[in-house]
Design a protein around this ligand. Structure first.
Ligand SMILES: [Zn+2]
Ligand SMILES: [Zn+2]
Length: 277
């Protein structure tokens, strides 16, 4: 009897939370909203929704970043052998999506994982409906202790609940690799690859795996994780991130708004690629 009461109370609390959080206030500006048909209308007020950087124009068919018309593969993908089969993201990295991702990551606003997951889940089902299992980009134990949660895992767990595709913890990061700014792309990649390895390999053998992360920036992390997954026997690896950073040159041509926090990185990245040639 007690169990039933507890269950009902839990269900009521969940409904109430969903109601107060989702149907009443915009997840970006907190203004009152009255819901709507699309995910954007459900989670954001009309003003914020209209500003949201939906990645629904032309995209690179491999990495899913915004692209200019008639470009099938972007400069980052043409001529490179990536370990992942394809990547997609519902947003490009620009306001206000960038702030929502930063708030989730650095400001302990964990409920935003649920908001982003709604869009990630729709993107996943729209592109990789045949997926068998969902996983996420790992953090080192130390980093996770410090932040107290892994935002990619939070998103992945919500995506799993929404899609019914099981989530599995199959990757681990064994060394911190944050200080890689001065390395070349190749060095950075090798560095990362050495720090990420698979575990619980039986869960992904021969399966179509979807790797979830918050942002696809240079693609190095997605690559390192995908390489580990393939090595462990994954049949296919797809990547779905909440947002992807558009190549700065492309972003300028498309007139995309510049993200508030990542401008430096994007610029360095462009320069680095140029100097590597
Ligand atoms: Zn709003
Ligand atoms: Zn690409």
């Amino acid at each position: 009897m007690f169990r039933l009461k507890e269950k009902l109370l839990g269900a009521w609390k969940a409904v109430k939370k969903e109601y107060t959080r989702v149907d009443r206030t915009c997840n970006n500006c907190r203004r009152e909203i009255f819901g709507g048909e699309t995910l954007g209308e459900k989670y954001f007020c009309p003003d914020c929704n209209a500003r949201f950087p939906y990645n629904d124009g032309f995209i690179c068919l491999h990495c899913g970043r915004s692209a200019i018309e008639n470009v099938k593969l972007c400069d980052d993908c043409a001529g490179y052998e990536w370990s992942y089969d394809a990547a997609r993201s519902p947003f490009y990295y620009a306001p206000p999506a960038d702030k929502i991702i930063r708030d989730l990551k650095y400001d302990n606003r964990r409920f935003l994982a649920e908001v982003l997951a709604a869009f990630v889940a729709a993107e996943l089902i729209g592109n990789f409906a045949e997926a068998d299992v969902i996983t996420f980009v790992p953090m080192t134990d130390g980093a996770k202790r410090k932040r107290r949660y892994n935002q990619s895992e939070l998103i992945a767990r919500h995506v799993s609940a929404r899609t019914g595709i099981p989530a599995a913890d199959v990757l681990e990061k064994v060394a911190e690799t944050d200080r890689q700014a001065k390395l070349t792309r190749k060095e950075r990649l090798n560095n990362l690859k050495g720090s990420i390895r698979s575990k619980n390999g039986a869960l992904i053998e021969g399966k179509a795996v979807v790797l979830i992360d918050d942002v696809l920036t240079t693609g190095s992390t997605a690559e390192a994780c995908s390489a580990a997954l393939k090595k462990a026997g994954a049949g296919k690896v797809y990547v779905v991130t909440a947002a992807s950073v558009t190549n700065p040159k492309t972003a300028r041509i498309l007139g995309q708004e510049t993200p508030a926090g990542k401008v430096k990185l994007a610029k360095t990245r462009e320069k680095r690629r140029f100097s590597e040639k």
